[in-house]
Design a protein around this ligand. Structure first.
Ligand SMILES: [Zn+2]
Length: 292
C-alpha cells in the first residue's frame, strides 16, 4: 500500500508542479538570483535550488527535474568551474530530487535526512539515492560556512530538513515554506500541520532579522515574510481546531472561508496549487488524524 501511496504522491506532485509528465521543459529558463556572499538561488521549474560556490567546490541544494539537469548545470557553470561536490535534498519530493541520478553520475555525493533515502529507494529505483544520511542533524564545512542541516519532524513530509548557512546567514527551508500561497502538507508522506508549525518555529529560532530565506517555492524572502508565513500556519491551525472544538464537520470546515480568508480569500487562492477548501480540509484531516 505504501509504495502505491508514494507513487501517487510523486505522480500528483509531478503533475501539479510541472504541468504534466509530457510537459515540454525546453521552454524553461533557469534564473540565477544572487542571495548573499557566494550563495545563489536558481529558479526553473520545480523546487527552488540553492547553490554555494567557493574554493571547496559547488554545494547544491535540490535539483528540480531530470529533464532540466543540463540547463541547471550550465547555469552553475556561469558561477563556478569547480565540481559539484555535494547535493543536499531538503526532502524526497520529485520536483526537488528529480535530477539526483544525473548529478550523481557527474560525481556529486547526495546528502539527506534518512527518510529521503527510504522513500526514494525501491526495487525499481536504486540510483540517485542519498549516500550520506542523518537522523536529526548534520554539519558540512564548505566555502567558509558551517552548513547545518536540521531535520524537522513530520512537517511538509517526514523527510524535511532546514539547511542553514550561519556565516552568510541564509536558510533554505525546503517546502516547509511556500512563499506563494497556502502551505502544502503531504499527510500521506508523514506531514502534519503541527509539525509544519514546529518547523517554522525551529527556523525562526535558528535565524534572525537579517536572514535571507530560499523557500521551497516562490520568491526569495526576508525574515518578516518568513515570520508572517509561520504566523499564518499557526493561525490556520488554531482556527480549524476551534471550529472542530465547536462541533463543525469536515464538510462545514471545508466551506468556512472565514477560517483562512485573512491570508488569501478563496477567490485569490482558486487557481493556486492549494485552494482555500483544500487547506482547510488538509488541516482538519491532520488535526483529526483522518489521513493514512
Ligand atoms: Zn515538497
Amino acid at each position: 500500500m505504501k509504495k502505491i501511496t508514494y507513487f501517487f504522491t510523486i505522480l500528483f506532485l509531478t503533475s501539479c508542479y510541472s504541468g504534466f509528465a509530457q510537459r515540454d521543459f525546453s521552454t524553461v529558463n533557469i534564473e540565477i538570483i544572487p542571495v548573499k556572499d557566494s550563495i545563489y538561488m536558481l529558479m526553473g521549474s520545480g523546487g527552488n535550488i540553492g547553490i554555494s560556490v567557493g574554493k571547496d567546490g559547488v554545494f547544491m541544494i535540490d535539483d528540480e527535474f531530470a529533464a532540466l539537469s543540463e540547463k541547471i548545470t550550465a547555469a552553475i557553470r556561469t558561477l563556478s568551474d569547480k565540481p559539484i561536490k555535494f547535493l543536499a535534498n531538503t526532502h524526497f519530493h520529485g520536483d526537488h530530487t528529480g535530477g539526483n541520478a544525473k548529478f550523481e553520475e557527474t560525481g556529486a555525493i547526495i546528502v539527506a535526512q534518512e527518510n529521503v533515502r527510504k522513500r526514494l529507494k525501491s526495487d525499481d529505483n536504486t540510483v540517485g539515492l542519498p549516500v550520506i544520511t542523518f537522523d536529526s542533524d548534520l554539519t558540512l564545512h564548505l566555502n567558509g560556512n558551517d552548513i547545518m542541516a536540521t531535520h524537522v519532524h513530520n512537517a511538509h513530509t517526514d523527510s524535511d530538513a532546514l539547511i542553514y548557512f550561519p556565516q552568510s546567514n541564509v536558510m533554505h527551508t525546503g517546502d516547509t515554506f511556500f512563499n506563494n500561497g497556502f502551505p502544502f502538507i503531504d499527510l500521506n508522506s508523514g506531514g502534519s500541520i503541527a509539525g509544519d508549525v514546529e518547523a517554522g518555529q525551529a527556523g525562526l529560532m535558528l535565524t534572525n532579522t537579517d536572514t535571507k530565506f530560499i523557500p521551497g517555492h516562490g520568491q526569495l524572502a526576508n525574515y518578516e515574510e518568513y515570520k508572517a508565513y509561520v504566523e499564518m500556519l499557526k493561525t490556520l491551525q488554531e482556527n480549524v481546531q476551534n471550529a472542530i472544538n465547536n462541533g463543525k464537520t469536515r464538510t462545514e470546515i471545508s466551506a468556512m472561508e472565514s477560517l483562512s480568508s485573512a491570508f488569501y480569500t478563496d477567490a485569490e487562492a482558486e487557481k493556486s496549487f492549494i485552494t482555500g477548501p483544500k487547506i482547510r480540509e488538509t488541516i482538519y484531516d491532520s488535526l483529526t488524524e483522518k489521513a493514512e
